[in-house]
Ligand binder design. Sequence first.
Ligand SMILES: Nc1nc2c(ncn2[C@@H]2O[C@H](COP(=O)(O)OP(=O)(O)OP(=O)(O)O)[C@@H](O)[C@H]2O)c(=O)[nH]1
Length: 985
Amino acid sequence: MNNGKVRIYELSKELNLDNKDIKDLCEKLNIAVKSHSSTITESQAERVRTAATKYVPEKTVNESVAHEGDERAKDKLKQQILAIHHKQNLPYSASQSSRKESNSVLAEPPKLLAKPQAKSSNPPTSLSSSNPTQSQLKQPPKPTLETNSPAESVEKTVVERPTAAKPKLVSPPSRPQLVKAPARDAQKQASSKPVAPEEEIASPELKVATPEKTVNKAKAKIKSQPSLPKLQRPQPPKPVDEIKEEVAVTAVDEEVAEETEEFDLDSGVKKEKKLKLKRPDLPRKGKTADWEEEEEEESLDSAKAGKAKTANKAKRRPKPLVDDDDDDFDTELDSSLISTAVSLATARPARPKSLEKQPVAATANKVKKPTQKTEKAAKVDKRDRAVVTGPPESVVLSHNLTVRELADLLNTPETDIIKSLFFKGIAVNITQSLELETARAVAEELGVKVETPEIKSAAAKETEMLDAADLDNLQTRPPVVTIMGHVDHGKTTLLDSIRQSKVAQGEAGGITQHIGAYHVDIEHNGNQQQIVFLDTPGHEAFTAMRARGTRVTDIAILVVAADDGVQPQTREAISHAKAAEVPIIVAINKIDKPESNPERIKQELTELGLVAEDWGGDTIMVPVSALKGENLDNLLEMILLVAEIEELSANPDRLAKGTVIESNLDRARGPVATLLVQNGTLRVGDNIVAGSVFGKIRAMVGDRGNKVEAATPSFAVEVLGLNDVPEAGDEFDVYPTEKEARVVAEARAEQQRDSRLQQAMSSRRITLSSLSAQAQEGELKELNLILKADVHGSVEAILGSLQQLPQNEVQLRILLAAPGEVTETDVDLAAASGAVIIGFNTTLASGSRQAADREGVDIRQYNIIYKLLDDIQGAMEGLLDPEEVEEPLGQAQVRAVFPVGRGTVAGCYVQSGKMVRNAQMRVRRGNAVIYTGVMDSLKRVKEDAKEVNAGYECGIGSSKFNDWQEGDIIEAYEMVFKRRTLSVN
Ligand SMILES: Nc1nc2c(ncn2[C@@H]2O[C@H](COP(=O)(O)OP(=O)(O)OP(=O)(O)O)[C@@H](O)[C@H]2O)c(=O)[nH]1
């Protein structure tokens, strides 16, 4: 209804008659109408309604509907015919014209294809069921909803599987899930949104190939499945204002119309209004002006439809939805309708991946080249949507994704993302994969909050080392044990004691610096058994390494000093072991000390969930003295006992695989790595790939410096022959042939290079851009560093610690961090970038010292991490601008005021400190400061004085202040510059 005017087609629906019938009636009643979209007055409409009660429509039943053989409601058929007529008309004629126009015959079928889907997805049951009006209303104005619609359309299509009986080709797909989630919430609600499985999305492609077949299939399916149209009812309405706005901008015309129709169908309310949004589906002759423009477009579109119906649609899309009943939008119904449109617009990403799987794309494949028009139209479409919707508030990023996927996720045109990356110095194309960090940077730049799924503890065992094939040939293997615990609780001493050697004595600063692996032979139950110990460092900076140690370990020994109790790293060790689901044995150490209190330790551990066996729990706790070697046998017994329970096994008769425990570049021997064999047997001559490093094992060295020919499961060996230094923590595999191994290594190296480059570029650019504002304000300082250390583990640990330093005012830039000697190249880099070189436990290659002297490069060498960190922090503080602070000098009281010339002088008594000529002074009267300025003159008796100390009288004057009063207090002070320390805020 519309300003007292009624359109013919509205009336036809209202009266459940064909437009033609209404036109006939009008003719009989002498009411002039041109077409179904013509309007008549309400009174004329009333006459038509009256006449219609007696009117018997001359209807011919369309064959295609007749096929359906649904004789249940003949009057319904009328509507169905109408619907089918419309539905098929458009695509058919479009494809016809396309055939005539071009050879791209395949361009059209997708629409047919899309239709059956759309149909099937929508609630057609209602069409064939009891409500004729509904069936009529269900006819979609255009079948091309999917053609240029992105993912959601596809999803929707798939989700809403064919359910109904007949008019499947007609019904537009409904989008209940889209309606639910207005744009910004779309991402958040992703989980609740039905997602079409890939294969289902792909199904349209298959159908494209054989449209008729598909249609038949769809029909068959539809017939066999009674449907539930009600389930697809549009969801909660959106605020009207918002709706209006979005509709006006996006003009999601046809989709809106279709949605509207569906809503009408289901709700049975306000159908006229919605129908107005709908494109009329009858042949258009003598249309009213309202329709002419669109009609014209449509004919044009039809003429080119063979290329892409989507193009037509997209072309029309920007056109605002102008209808004479705009003012009707404030109805509840229309709100719902628009909310559908909004969801479509917002939930639809710019160009979803799934778009490729849609009919059009599928067709494009066949036609070789998709029509430019389609693409262009799709772009226009995207732009429109982007304008309207914008990115969501937050997204969840869990893995690398392509530019296109990111664009989808962020609801942002791909071009914007490409542009953003370009400005970060990263040139990408739409299909290029982006690192998680890069994607995060882009998202954050768009103001989108990025959430990452909880990061799995580094300690978690990630890879199963056993394959199914190994199960037939499993043999017991020694347990791999990690000793963990707080600094100085006696880990190294314990291991040392067990090994009967003095490992602890050789350590710099008394701290274990990197993982070592040691084998211990023990007699157990009359058999010689072995335990492999991984010695992990205790300093908290080595958390990452400790986590890694846990990842390869079978049993964790938690050392707790009985005289110290549970400490932060004790807790941390427990959480690592728990994350890796590794059984824990507690060694309560230092029981030889008089102040030791094992029971207190048990109590503290109970609070952390480790309850001793003798306290009724299931955690084995063994009191030991590592220093005195007390009770160590018991501890080892317990380890073997737990190992037995764990049934540790591996298959030694296969090519080895395992984990790199440690690695470094040895000047004499080249890259060296300590490998823990976790399955199979590692042999000299094996072709190995560790991470992305290829190697042919030249030699293997055991933990006692002995040459080893083969290393069976659970054994750790140092290997030589790698062509580079692998990363500690990398897994390694042996390949049957060198060629195979090389190919794998090269592929991985390539991948890593790309990823590193991208990461480096993005982080660098991001740092620069995010810091540029501060730099402009002169607040930002940078300290460039080059870090060289003995092994990877140390590099990681130092980097981890450096990250902890506050960097809000001075930014640390690590230009290079790698294991190895400090080389001349490092010096060159430092000279070029004004960096300081930090060497940790490493030496200087020949020539680098001279180069450093020549270039004026500072090389600092350390072997204790605390010292290194202190120095770096000091250097950073040195870069801070000194702080200007007030330093009080003294206080004086005005006892008398003397006129001198034109001014006055205050006769004072210095109460504390001293008064200093030309110092700053503050004059207080009561609580108020009445003057702040410089003490221009200071006299002692009548003589000028530089300073007057406490307990003396003096005269104080200022050229700018004469208003002295008895009782005033003068505070003298000076401003001094003080070196600042780094603060967290
Ligand atoms: N009295 C006594 N002292 C011990 C015992 N075990 C270790 N210590 C002493 O405790 C100190 C630290 O021992 P370490 O073995 O270096 O401790 P750690 O846990 O390996 O230390 P980090 O490597 O720094 O993590 C040394 O002085 C040891 O002699 C023990 O059972 N009894």
